[in-house]
Design a protein around this ligand. Structure first.
Ligand code: ZN
Ligand code: ZN
Length: 368
């Protein structure tokens, strides 16, 4: 028995060695191996279920502006009624969408909460990717007043790229039509810059049973700033964008199934500010200190969820970054007293399923 096992090991070893040598020295073998791998990758379908029995939310970016390798900046994907929507498109988030094979040409609209760079950094990239992969119409973008300037700026910045790609890939077959490569701004002007936030709302999108409501929120001095509420067949999801606690938002989020709230643990952020000062980074220290004045902390977000009577609270835009799992304990300090049934700290790829039949919200993870 032992002798047979020895022979077998020798044969397997010899075959493996032959395989390694063949790959090392024979280009045809290298190409065959590469082709097999490429086919496997290219045949991978999106892991995102789109069936019409639930609203689905995927966190495509959960980081605050402070860098974290495993987390893109602000981005939330909502799927309802067979339509895909993006709320904010921060740096690195389009990489996530590509890795999960999200079909970007099918994105129905983008909703921007405000124009901080960690929320809009990859608007141009998302637009170009969707167009280069086959979108045949301009991309609709919704947001507060100021949106026209932002969208025009991205359209201008990418105009040469549109021309290069059109000239290179059109092949006289109508591929990559220039007119489809731009974005169209749909600013909601019911809130004007400088208005004192009072939680006003306006429906900004309604199609196929999906209703999207912009909610005036408080991220001053950034003004206006919006949260968004998605309603579909009796279920609803609210995404806060950046905000402080405010009663208007709690009112507009009333009865939502899921609240995706930004959150910053101010006490930890202030410790970071002190340490930045101590190592001579005074500008960073000053900026870090300022952030507490226009962000909500995890306990306040829990109160907001309670006041609105939402079923599930999911944190995103996590600040400071939770680079070690054990940091969740100080980050969540005081939260369990507010939400004894638990909360969820968001991570990139978290898939939240809100069944239309009202059954329990489910949490899964998309893999890259
Ligand atoms: Zn902001
Ligand atoms: Zn932000």
């Amino acid at each position: 028995m032992k002798r047979i096992a020895g022979w077998l090991a020798a044969v397997v070893g010899a075959l493996a060695l032959m395989g390694v040598l063949a790959f090392q020295f024979m280009p045809a073998v290298q190409d065959r191996v590469f082709a097999a791998g490429a086919r496997r990758q290219l045949a991978r379908q999106s892991q995102l279920p789109t069936g019409d029995e639930a609203i689905r939310v995927v966190l495509c970016g959960t980081s605050s502006p402070l860098p974290r390798l495993q987390a893109a900046k602000a981005c939330t994907l909502v799927v309802a009624g067979g339509r895909m929507f993006i709320v904010d498109i921060g740096p690195e988030s389009t990489e996530n969408l590509a890795l999960w094979r999200v079909p970007t040409p099918q994105i129905a609209a983008v909703f921007l909460t405000h124009f901080h760079s960690d929320h809009i950094g990859e608007l141009g990239e998302l637009n170009m990717q969707g167009w280069a992969q086959g979108r045949t119409h301009p991309l609709d973008v919704y947001g507060p007043v100021g949106l026209a300037e932002v969208v025009a700026g991205f359209n201008t910045a990418y105009s040469l790229d549109r021309q290069y790609r059109h000239a290179h890939h059109n092949h006289g077959k109508g591929l990559l039509p220039l007119a489809a490569g731009v974005m169209i701004a749909h600013p909601a002007d019911f809130v004007q810059p400088g208005d004192v936030p009072s939680g006003r709302t306006q429906i900004v999108y309604s199609a196929g049973g999906v209703v999207v409501t912009a909610i005036e929120t408080d991220h001053r001095p950034v003004s206006p700033a919006f949260s968004y509420r998605f309603d579909y067949k009796g279920r609803s999801v609210v995404i806060t964008g950046d905000t402080v606690f405010n009663a208007g938002l709690a009112g507009a989020a009333k009865g939502a199934d899921v609240l995706v709230s930004e959150a910053q643990a101010h006490d930890l952020q202030n410790i970071m500010a002190r340490e930045a000062e101590a190592v001579g980074q005074s500008t960073l220290a000053s900026v870090l200190k300022d952030t507490s004045r226009y962000h909500i902390n995890p306990v306040e977000a829990a109160r907001l969820a309670n006041q609105a009577g939402v079923r599930e609270l999911v944190y995103t835009h996590i600040a400071p970054p939770l680079v070690f799992g054990f940091l969740k304990t100080p980050w969540l300090r005081g939260v369990s007293a507010e939400r004894p049934n638990g909360v969820t700290i968001g991570r990139d790829g978290l898939l939240i399923t809100v069944p239309l039949d009202g059954s329990a919200v489910r949490f899964d993870q998309l893999q890259g």
